[in-house]
Design a protein around this ligand. Sequence first.
Ligand code: FAD
Length: 509
Amino acid sequence: MGVETDVIIVGAGPTGLMLAGELRLAGVRALVLERHPQPRPTPKASGLGGRILDVLHYRGLLGRLEAAAEGGYPPPRFPFGGVHLDLTGLADPPMRALSIAQHAVERMLGEHADALGAEIRRGHEVTGLSQDDSTVTADVRGPDGDYRVTARYLVGCDGGRSPIRAMAGIDFPGTTFSEVNRLAQVTIPESVTILPNGDLEIPGNGTVRSGFTRTEHGMFAVAAHGGILYLQSTEDDPADYDSDDPLTMAELGASIRRVLGFDLPLGEPSRLSRYVFQDRQAENYRAGRVFLAGDAAHLFPATGTALNCGLSDTVNLAWKLAAAVQGWAPASLLDTYHTERHYAGARARLQTRAQVALRRGGDPAAEALRDVLTELLTDDPAAHRLGALVGATDLRYPTPETHPLTGTFAPNLTLHTDPDIVTVAELMHTSRPVLLDFADRPELREVAERWPLRVDVFTAKTDNPPADALLIRPDAYIAWAADFAEPAETAASGFHRALSTWFGAPMTH
Ligand SMILES: Cc1cc2nc3c(=O)[nH]c(=O)nc-3n(C[C@H](O)[C@H](O)[C@H](O)COP(=O)(O)OP(=O)(O)OC[C@H]3O[C@@H](n4cnc5c(N)ncnc54)[C@H](O)[C@@H]3O)c2cc1C
């Protein structure tokens, strides 16, 4: 059967839209099928943080998000479970965060994918799929009736309930937590006074602490910023509600009353949402020609991690799918998507599960755990280490190569060539693999000539080079590095091995 596109993407959430742009950058056709006819206004994430901001910078997209962000970069200070992680005092913070509504991220990613030529069909629901040795076919229910579409690969970016995951027969083991979180942003009512330390003075009910208040009925968190109260009420044993109904002010007010024991005056809402946490990960991110990315592949039991992880999935997957479509992928390349991104998801589960333990429990032992961690986090190296884990900026993909830089994200070095100066970020706009040769090594250029057009070679100087040479993949992770003054023969054979591993057989002999 002939294919009508290269890759079908199911779902036009942030993951699907980012993947569409990445696939187009890598030069393959992408068709996005989204069941809803219009983007939905449901408030979800209110920010992006961690490694994905560097990736977006490397694609030239960060400036567009910054322009749409509310208040630019807030200081990197946020709750880690029931303790505060404050990175503001660190000389070299391990992660950054950008305050921006998810719908603004989706709009930018959609416009970007569209401008690059991805086809996005809204109002088209995938109802079935089948695959054979060379193609995958989706059954689609569209506005004009049912039809089928066939491609080389299909990626389920269809969210936590992922019908694609079920159709592909991939298990999604894990836990759904009973606690219900109700999240709101409201204006500060006249009757509430914000004290200099951020606490709230409530007429007739004393003060409510800025940050967390734990009671025997749950947890309440509040912060005042720019005339807005950001609040969350968490209950383990919530009163009845229907998860399909949107959160109302009445339901929120009743929840806060149960947790705090009194009515908290609330102003006008600009955001209301309710969610429960899940801790789940797909057993395999691949079943033949079908792949999973984003929430379809993983759900984490704490906020602030899902988008970073999901969007990073797509950057890892797109160039590998493109290599397979274009016919030069080494046999095992597509399987490295699971190996690398399942590992990244497991790291994200590690820190979000730890947050579950840290926010639960009002008994003295749980309080002691939070106090000990709070004390440890006053040490800069400890705060740095935890921030890097949360932002996944410490991620090192499993790699057979021994150089400590392999598997890590390429730093944004400034590169000098006469007369130009460029940065690694600028080089990565096109999503092409590049060899950065800092030591002008002819043996590496000679090897690269056997992969013409597949790998760019850039001979340049940089201050304090981290190695003699770096081979950077399209997702900006380092595939191979030459040690300082490594003998020409071993450097050439290591480089040859890495090119064969990641970029296929040599094109010339
Ligand atoms: C209240 C709330 C707060 C959050 N806060 C944060 C936060 O602070 N930080 C963070 O990182 N994350 C946060 N998240 C999580 C974040 O919103 C998700 O991780 C993100 O939406 C996942 O994106 P996705 O594209 O993988 O899936 P989704 O956004 O769920 O998109 C999946 C898409 O697939 C479509 N689809 C499903 N089935 C089909 C089908 N059969 N055919 C066609 N289309 C289909 C759906 O309609 C949907 O548009 C929050 C979520 C909620 C609810």
